[in-house]
Ligand binder design. Sequence first.
Ligand code: VG1
Ligand code: CO
Length: 542
Amino acid sequence: MTRTVPSTPCSGQKPGTSGLRKKVKVFQQPNYAENFIQSVFDVVERAPGSALVVGGDGRYHNRTVIQQAIRIAAANGYGKVLVGRGGILSTPAASNVIRKYGASGGLILSASHNPGGPDEDFGIKYNIANGGPAPEAVTEAIYARTQTIDRWLTVDAPDVDLDRLGSTQVEAMTVDVIDSVSDYAELMESLFDFNAIRANVEGGFTMAFDAMSAVTGPYAIEILENRLGFPKGTVRNGIPLEDFGGHHPDPNMVHAHELFDTMFGPDAPDFGAASDGDGDRNLIVGRHRFVTPSDSLAMLAANAHLAPGYAGGLNGIARSMPTSAAADRVAEALGLPCFETPTGWKFFGNLLDAGMATICGEESAGTGSDHVREKDGLWAVLLWLNILAVRRIGVDQLAREHWARFGRNYYARHDYEALPTDRADALMAELNQSLSSLSGKPFGNLTISTADNFSYLDPVDGSTSSNQGVRILFEGGSRVVFRLSGTGTEGATLRVYLERYEPVGGDLDRETPEMLADLIRAADAIAGIARHTGRTAPDVVT
Ligand code: VG1
Ligand code: CO
């Protein structure tokens, strides 16, 4: 029997770059999660009796919200809920399940790379029937609904046993607990040359994969160790923990420093990789060679035809605006269209659906393709393994050959975290006001050519997304981008993206900080970072 629970709107339920993210304590308030889930069901497109996918990254509070979502879905006329065993589905696996089983959408419960635990973060994201994050028009409709909601619907049913595979009835709705890993592993086998990778492993190729006690552990163990033959122990921190072992499950030099120590140590394996809380990000580091995510996108695009799933070539490449232009140079050389979108995977969905782009990427360690509609950490790792196995070279050599052919985009991102929101807003407001007067201005030996605030016109549906970050372009192709994060849960995070291009024949083998030193100084002079925030150095450099 459906029960109507009267409610009133909860403030602050506007989804950010990737869903609604708040502290667990906020989600534990009465009506908070229920209101949001009901608002989703009230506005999204779905036929009566359609299927919904539900799963998360296993963080604290995951199981509670899954049980809430199942009861609310049953009361709202869904015919079926597909849920990963133990409530676990990585973000790319959830995208795959939505597509494979023709679900009308899915709820992905994750705060991605943010820490987990009773005092840390939780999140809910809705993905549409193509398997991708809801586009802005949908997230805005959901937000509008959260502001007027006056009830949510539920049924009185016991919790579903999430640890036992198989079907259960919840009133008229079926709940299928499915194996989280097998569909995904099968998809990977259809895209990559597992035999070539296995042969490389048998020939002595070694790797270390850090699952960061997050969702990719079971996927990585099954694929890397069981199916590809890497020895047991190749996957480190492979058991998903509710608090990720107290760490930030963010695969970068700061939070995955143990992997870095291994990869830059004397006994480094050939290849190192890591993934984030929900499995959609990837870190690639070769023996004594870090590959920036922007470079990884370019290198994967240039070599993707070596994997069976991409043997026919690519339709196009898409990157988010702050991502370096390294991929643009590959697109140009291959005669492919290249798209520049705002930050966040939701902007790639239309391009992928329309067949205009095959590979997409973000500087934040997100890479993916048209195989699902999310970025996909293990996919990127497997494409790298496939390419290295076919070319029979190491990461360092591949990178050097790439730069010799395309030039090198030295790149770094500086994050200033947990800033008082008013100060971060003041910095951005002043910067925006100064844009029209910046052209032609010199900063040290750099001269600004143009400055603007990025606005995106979606070539597929004609929608416009404005205010997506300030771009300062210098003569000669260097660039600084400023934007505020849309995924944090404490104060504001300022992201400063720094990029300098060295052409073929230039200085291709230098250290990134020294190559970016002038740009770092210019960025502070232009935006007044120290003046506004009192900070003289970033908290995190990636
Ligand atoms: C960040 C990244 C962005 C990414 C988003 C979600 O957003 O910059 O590239 O798509 O996180 O990734 P923001 O607004 O904080 O800069 V995940 O792995 O957290 O789903
Ligand atoms: Co993520």
